[in-house]
Design a binder for this molecule. Structure first.
Ligand code: GLN
Length: 192
């Protein structure tokens, strides 16, 4: 069985764990760096990127996650996780992992739109729209070479992939559609 770690420092951990179970994977709550040696893929959940980012440094995960991604192991960042995987946060000085060649803007859908559900077209997942839940979500403003855009909302990029790395600015663990977790599990399976 594929073992997927969910970084469990802060944020929407439980929902990812449940979704992974539903998809037939073995989820592991990651609280210590040693556990990373034992997993096939990692999810960095949504939450508050400044808090998760600080805890990543405090608990020694900073180099560990970079090393994991550089070994071409799959990493999926949702919302705050996307922010933390990015190269740079425009207009802010958050220390990011810099493993995904994208520049992002936080809380980019405007203050008045705290959360929204959008029927998203994600061609890689088939015809049926994906019910994407956005909560104070970031957008991806610039992407580097070999970064593939998987979905946009009103022309704004909200989901991309670069080889083993996947990010989305919405929360797939909060909807009842498991296609994105299955897509990530397929990625892990291919690399194993
Ligand atoms: N607004 C949060 C941040 O910038 C992200 C929100 C989320 O993960 N749902 O860190």
């Amino acid at each position: 069985m594929i073992k997927i770690g969910v970084l469990a420092l802060q944020g929407a951990v439980r929902e990812h764990i449940q979704m992974l179970k539903n998809c037939g994977a073995t989820p592991i709550e990651i609280k210590r760096i040693k556990q990373v040696d034992d997993i096939d893929g990692l999810i960095i959940p949504g939450g508050e990127s400044t808090t998760i980012g600080k805890l990543i440094v405090d608990y020694g995960f900073f180099d560990k996650i970079k090393e994991f991604a550089n070994l071409e192991k799959p990493v999926y960042g949702t919302c705050a996780g996307l922010i933390l995987m990015s190269k740079r946060v425009i207009g802010e000085s958050i220390k990011t992992l810099n493993i995904m060649d994208i520049e992002v803007r936080r809380n980019a859908f405007g203050r008045q739109i705290d959360s929204m559900e959008v029927g998203l077209k994600i061609p890689k997942l088939g015809e049926k729209e994906y019910p994407a839940i956005f909560i104070r979500a970031p957008i991806i403003e610039n992407i580097g070479e070999q970064v593939e855009t998987l979905a946009k909302v009103d022309g704004k990029i909200v989901m991309v992939q670069k080889k083993n790395l996947l990010v989305s600015s919405f929360h797939p663990e909060l909807s009842d559609d498991n296609r994105i977790h299955n897509y990530f599990l397929n990625l892990v399976d291919k690399i194993l």
